[in-house]
Design a protein around this ligand. Structure first.
Ligand SMILES: Cc1ncc(COP(=O)(O)O)c(C=O)c1O
Length: 387
């Protein structure tokens, strides 16, 4: 038995007590999906590829990848002697987007590493208010000067650009394509039009929730809107629709080389295992052909969002597979999540700081393997509880 004399500062205890009192204390879930016969509306497994892998559908592929590729890179990408796996995946991504691709260990690493590195020279960052926490962390880590525009509001963005673009060498505008908590879409064509108008504006789009899901080959909302070639930096993640882990960025070759040299999250972190990169490559290849699943997911999501709107009397605002049900109160969101849980559905209560105060909600995350008949009982419960 170890005699413990470990200290805990008193303010830590106060933070935990306050979170508990306001219904904002988070817990790591127990149990494993493999042993829980539940309908999963939490995971970002949008194409149901992870679920199919759990069921053993890809066992032969799993065995091949595990046999042929290393389980550890044993070093950061710049030092590793086990590059097989990364190169092939980057080559595939490069050919799909027609631009050099660079892998990162996660979407979090990518956003923090890229945003902070871009803070060179006289640069201003202008971000949609609702961009992911990792972008905000990148801004903080990089000590970046930044402004926020109202969510998806191009007039608000234009106003900031008109005021500040002339006094900065570069203005980096950052948006998500499918917003992670609201499920609405960025007006990519309008963002691109502003980029054409303001010569020193660089456009950075985080496609974490659109890769695999939007566009005819699943390359993202940029593919769907025909804007890939006009977005300077696109980041996508592998841990959601692609049933893997890690992230990529596609950009100009000089930016690629710049990130290799200056992005600290790329340089100073052990690379994801090569086995993971090869698994991602296989999942990516599969996903390119999953047009039928993408169509089904889009139809199912629209039907679910419309059904929810009929119950609550409010448009959910969603235009994707992420569908929020805003309760505006953490305790109400938790109670609703528990009620749903008892009926065999897992849907998370989202609270501060992930969403702003009064934005507390249940986030329904749909995937292609679900059907209307599986979701109908959930709508009945919601109608009985909220109607
Ligand atoms: C929009 C967005 N960007 C980036 C990330 C981070 O990606 P990862 O989970 O691969 O770190 C997330 C994750 O939830 C996200 O929602």
């Amino acid at each position: 038995m170890i005699k413990s004399e470990i200290k805990v500062p008193s303010h830590i205890t106060h933070v935990l007590e306050e979170k508990s009192r306001t219904g904002n204390l988070r817990h790591i879930p127990s149990g494993d999906i493999a042993t829980m016969p539940r309908i999963d509306l939490v995971s970002n497994d949008y194409l149901s590829l992870a679920e199919r892998a759990d069921r053993g559908e890809f066992d032969a592929l799993r065995e091949r990848v595990a046999r042929e590729y290393a389980f550890s890179s044993s070093a950061s990408r710049l030092l590793s002697r086990r590059q097989r796996g990364y190169m092939e995946l980057e080559r595939l991504l490069g050919s799909l987007y027609d631009r050099p691709a660079l892998l990162f260990n996660s979407g979090y690493h990518a956003n923090v590493g890229i945003v902070s590195a871009l803070n060179a020279g006289n640069t201003l960052f202008v971000v949609d208010r609702l961009v992911h926490a990792s972008v905000y962390d990148g801004l903080r880590v990089g000590g970046c000067l930044f402004e926020r525009f109202r969510h998806n509001d191009m007039a608000s963005l234009r106003k900031i650009l008109e005021k500040h673009a002339g006094t900065h060498d570069t203005v980096v505008v950052i948006a998500e394509s499918v917003y992670s908590m609201d499920g609405d879409l960025a007006p990519l064509r309008e963002l691109v039009a502003l980029r054409e108008e303001f010569g020193n504006m660089l456009l950075y789009v985080d496609e974490a929730h659109a890769v695999g899901v939007r566009g005819s080959r699943g390359l993202g909302l940029a593919e769907e809107t025909g804007t890939i070639g006009k977005i300077d930096i696109i980041t996508g993640t592998f841990g959601k629709a692609l049933a893997s882990s890690g992230a990529f960025t596609v950009c100009d070759s000089r930016l690629h080389d710049f990130f290799v040299n200056c992005s600290r999250s790329f340089i100073f972190s052990t690379a994801i295992p090569p086995v993971c990169a090869e698994w991602t490559r296989e999942m990516l290849l599969l996903s390119l052909e999953m047009e039928r699943e993408r169509r089904h997911l889009a139809e199912l999501s629209q039907w679910f969002a419309e059904s929810l709107a009929l119950i609550t009397g409010n448009d959910t605002g969603s235009r994707s597979q992420i569908i929020p049900l805003v309760t505006g109160d953490a305790q109400k969101a938790v109670a609703l999540s528990e009620c749903i849980h008892k009926a065999g559905f897992d849907a998370l209560a989202i609270r501060r700081p992930t969403v702003p105060p009064h934005g507390e909600r249940i986030r329904f995350s749909l995937s292609a393997g679900l059907t209307r008949s599986q979701l109908e009982p959930l709508l009945t419960i919601l109608k009985d509880t909220l109607g």
